[in-house]
Design a protein around this ligand. Structure first.
Ligand code: PRP
Length: 197
């Protein structure tokens, strides 16, 4: 059974976020097309290699599931869980290692999979963590990049979409742990009382 989402999905939130709405920023189709392209680019780059993909929980679980199935090479998968947001829409400014990787990544080609690079704190932490284990190479993939606000002094190897500095949910990203299952990326914003949003 399929659910039909309108072209421009707008939903009103309730409870703590009453008066706020979700508005589509990146459509399901745009995501699908871009994930296919990223899968192709990664495949071409890692031909004849077996990289290990390390996805950052929780937000990246949907992205990695789709991305890996668009890659035409053998690869391994592992997960790391960090926390930089404290259930609010602003970064707390610190990164906490909640669950480390299980695999040994020494002499491996590592590909870090992020759903979003926002302030850049998390990806900087990941770079140090990965490079500290002596991998052959480390590459960074992120579906979304808030280029205007991220403060990083290294290049991201694969970026799905550069987005403005807005709080976003869907396709793995949450608001207070909800809305991860939405099929596209949505901004969360306060609804205008006059019906505009
Ligand atoms: C989000 C997101 C990134 C990180 C990016 O994770 O998934 O990992 O924040 O933010 P930064 O660039 O400002 O560091 P979050 O801590 O919200 O956990 P979650 O993935 O479980 O939702």
């Amino acid at each position: 059974m399929s659910i039909d989402y309108p072209e421009k999905f707008v939903a009103e939130l309730d409870g703590k976020y009453e008066g706020w709405v979700l508005e589509e920023l990146v459509s399901e189709k745009e995501i699908r097309t871009r994930v296919k392209e990223l899968g192709r680019e990664i495949t071409n780059h890692y031909k004849d290699k077996t990289p290990i993909l390390i996805a950052v929980l929780n937000g990246s679980f949907i992205f990695i599931a789709d991305l890996i199935r668009e890659m035409d090479i053998e690869c391994e998968v592992d997960f790391i869980k960090l926390s930089s947001y404290m259930n609010e829409t602003k970064s707390s400014g610190t990164v906490r290692l909640v669950k480390d990787i299980s695999a040994n990544i020494t002499d491996r080609d590592v590909i870090v999979i992020e759903d979003i690079v926002d302030s850049g704190l998390t990806i900087k932490f990941l770079k140090n963590r990965m490079e500290g284990s002596g991998p052959t190479s480390v590459a960074f993939v992120t579906l979304l990049h808030k280029e205007e606000v991220s403060k990083i002094d290294f290049d991201l190897d694969y970026v799905g979409f550069k987005i403005p500095n807005k709080f976003v949910v869907g396709y793995g990203l949450d608001l207070d742990q909800k809305y991860r299952k939405l099929p596209a990326i949505y901004t969360v914003k306060e609804s205008d009382q006059n019906g505009r949003s």
